[in-house]
Design a protein around this ligand. Structure first.
Ligand SMILES: Cc1cc2nc3c(=O)[nH]c(=O)nc-3n(C[C@H](O)[C@H](O)[C@H](O)COP(=O)(O)OP(=O)(O)OC[C@H]3O[C@@H](n4cnc5c(N)ncnc54)[C@H](O)[C@@H]3O)c2cc1C
Length: 312
């Protein structure tokens, strides 16, 4: 496995649990990847290929609901509120309808100035606890992680008959695949003044904002800039997100800003999960999951495992 982000680690857990001898090589420590900085909320977004995206998000939802009952997994089921232009749940695309307990919000649920919203239950994944939990599961199944940067997939194929390419944005050079592009994303992290509910404001289609509370902190996000390759924090955008989130949840006015998290999402016109037979061995690709990698991680992992075991 090349890559120890959420895509590589989850696939490694599935493969090792199925009895496949699995070693993960990663240029970064698993707790220092873009995945480890994710918000993260299970958010069914329509990513191509749509059928796979639907199936993989559904599979992940099942796994995250199970994980929410396991102490120490870092996963919990929270109440969610998405503020929308007036729309009824029955007319929403199928991906959105996957959300458990989806219903129209009552007027009393809405912040002042908003006319419509949807309520649901949603898995919230605290990556600071979830990544170590995945690593423990991998270790228990006999898999291991090594810090190692590879210059090409051939280097990994020299060590293993099957290589999974879960290198995120690194797939641009490693595959190589020029259709992989960075999307800059940024979250303001504050301490938690007592919030529990996830709130997403989608009423400005150009820029959503989201409030994702964990036990000890809150991630305030929504920034996405396609093609930006520079992951330095943007303080002007951070101020705008903070202002909008404080309007939605006034308790945030008292919250202390602890840091600004940024990341470059591995975007691609379609997610790529497929096998490629090369002269030196089999490569199973799994990259291009853009802003929904956590959401599709378990479904993509099982798709990878099927390709590895079918063709190995
Ligand atoms: C701030 C932030 C918030 C997010 N919030 C959400 C959310 O709420 N819900 C959601 O579903 N998704 C969310 N995402 C998106 C999600 O995190 C990504 O889709 C996911 O991180 C992609 O995972 P990945 O494993 O493909 O890539 P990465 O996490 O980037 O991991 C790539 C791995 O490949 C390794 N690698 C690359 N090149 C090489 C090489 N040459 N040799 C060896 N190793 C290499 C890296 O070291 C790393 O281990 C968020 C992302 C960010 C940054």
């Amino acid at each position: 496995m090349v890559g120890a982000g959420v895509i590589g680690l989850t696939a490694a857990v599935v493969l090792a649990t199925a009895g496949v001898r699995t070693e993960v090589w990663s240029a970064e420590d698993p707790d220092d990847t873009p995945s480890a900085r994710a918000g993260a909320v299970w958010t069914p977004v329509p990513q191509a290929p749509l059928d796979a995206s639907l199936a993989w998000a559904a599979r992940s939802l099942h796994e995250f609901c199970g994980a929410s009952r396991v102490p120490g997994s870092g996963v919990r089921l929270a109440e969610g509120l998405t503020l929308v232009e007036p729309v009824s749940a029955v007319r929403l695309p199928p991906l959105t309808r996957l959300s458990p307990d989806l219903r129209d919000a009552a007027p009393g649920d809405l912040p002042p100035g908003f006319g419509a919203g949807l309520r649901y239950r949603v898995p919230v994944i605290d990556m600071a606890r979830y990544v170590p939990w995945l690593l423990r599961r991998l270790g228990e199944a006999g898999g291991r992680v090594r810090r190692r940067q590879v210059a090409g997939l051939g280097e990994a194929l020299a060590a293993a008959p099957v290589v999974v390419n879960a290198s995120g944005l690194g797939a641009r050079e490693l595959t190589p695949d020029p259709t992989v592009r960075p999307v800059f994303t940024q979250y303001v992290v504050t301490d938690n003044p007592g919030l529990d509910r996830v709130v997403v404001d989608t009423t400005d289609p150009r820029r959503w904002v989201s409030i994702v509370p964990h036990a000890d902190r809150v991630h305030l996000g929504g920034v996405r800039i396609t093609g930006r390759d520079d992951d330095r924090p943007d303080r002007e955008l951070a101020s705008d997100v903070l202002r909008r989130c404080r309007d939605l949840e006034p308790a945030l006015l008292d919250a202390r800003i602890t840091r600004i998290d940024t990341g470059l999402l591995p975007s691609r016109p379609t997610m790529r999960v497929e096998a490629e037979l090369r002269p030196d061995g089999l490569v199973v690709h799994s990259y291009g999951h853009a802003g929904g990698g956590v959401t599709v991680s378990w479904g993509a992992a099982h798709a990878v495992a099927a390709l590895v075991t079918d063709r190995a």
